[in-house]
Design a protein around this ligand. Structure first.
Ligand code: IPE
Ligand code: IPE
Ligand code: MG
Length: 231
């Protein structure tokens, strides 16, 4: 089978290693996060070029709220700036921008910028770039169950209903999950949605993960045989 035949519909990335990248260069952690934005831009560009339908990226976990306040505030500044700067490119490239996560903890100004960009790009039909922000897999499952139970009190829950109440309900489950920086764990990311996802771990730190590295991951994926429990 050619690689085109096995192009994943949905690639998700746990973008890890910004802090270590900065430390290696005698820089501040925040400089690693800034450089990481360039990697998101490059990967999104390749997703557009190849026609990958969904690229989701784990940008901030619920657990990341436990980081120092100045790092957290620095991250929001970087995100705000990046969204503003990238919006014209999203429009040019037919990219639909989405953010998924627990918005209740985000600042009003960031939520407004996010909402504006999501509304503006809502009609775009190319690649969807989905930023998972203040997200965690357990949070998602719990909010799904609560929403279901308040709408259908006393009813039995099925696998389909759980899936349809998750924050990612209208997005296919990831075919490929990439994690950078050598860590081989899921860190409370999409727990339900990755039941049959292919995993790809690389030692490359996120700011160094660009088109070449993304292509290598896609190439590795194209050689995988997915069996879903069958023979
Ligand atoms: C990933 O890089 C970005 C976020 C979690 C926001 P890290 O900041 O976790 O970088 P390391 O793991 O400390 O190198
Ligand atoms: C996972 O990275 C979260 C994101 C990439 C946003 P972490 O750096 O927070 O994960 P752990 O703490 O090493 O598991
Ligand atoms: Mg990390």
């Amino acid at each position: 089978m050619t690689q085109e035949n096995k192009l994943p519909k949905h690639v998700t990335i746990i973008m890890d290693g910004n802090g270590r990248w900065a430390k290696q260069r005698g820089k501040e952690r925040i400089d690693g996060h800034k450089e990481g934005v360039e990697s998101v831009r490059a990967c999104c560009e390749l997703a557009v070029e190849l026609g990958i339908q969904y690229l989701s990226v784990f940008a901030f976990s619920e657990e990341n709220w436990g980081r120092p306040q100045d790092e957290i505030e620095g991250l929001w500044k970087i995100m705000l700036k990046a969204i503003t700067a990238e919006t014209p490119t999203f429009m040019k490239n037919n990219v639909r921008f989405r953010v998924i996560g627990n918005f209740s903890r985000l600042s009003k100004s960031l939520v407004k910028e996010i909402d504006d960009c999501m509304a503006l790009t809502a009609g775009n039909t190319g690649t969807s770039l989905v930023v998972m922000l203040s997200y965690s897999g357990k949070w998602d499952i719990v909010q799904a169950l609560n929403k279901f139970m308040s709408k259908h009190p006393g009813e039995q829950i099925t696998e389909e209903t759980v899936g349809s109440y998750l924050s990612t309900a209208d997005i296919p489950d990831p075919d490929l999950l990439i994690r950078t920086s050598g860590e081989q764990r899921i860190s409370n990311y999409m727990l339900w949605q990755t039941a049959y996802t292919e995993y790809y771990f690389t030692d490359v730190l996120w700011p160094d993960f660009r088109k070449t590295q993304f292509r290598q991951a896609l190439d590795a994926y194209s050689k995988r045989e997915r069996r879903y429990g069958k023979v």
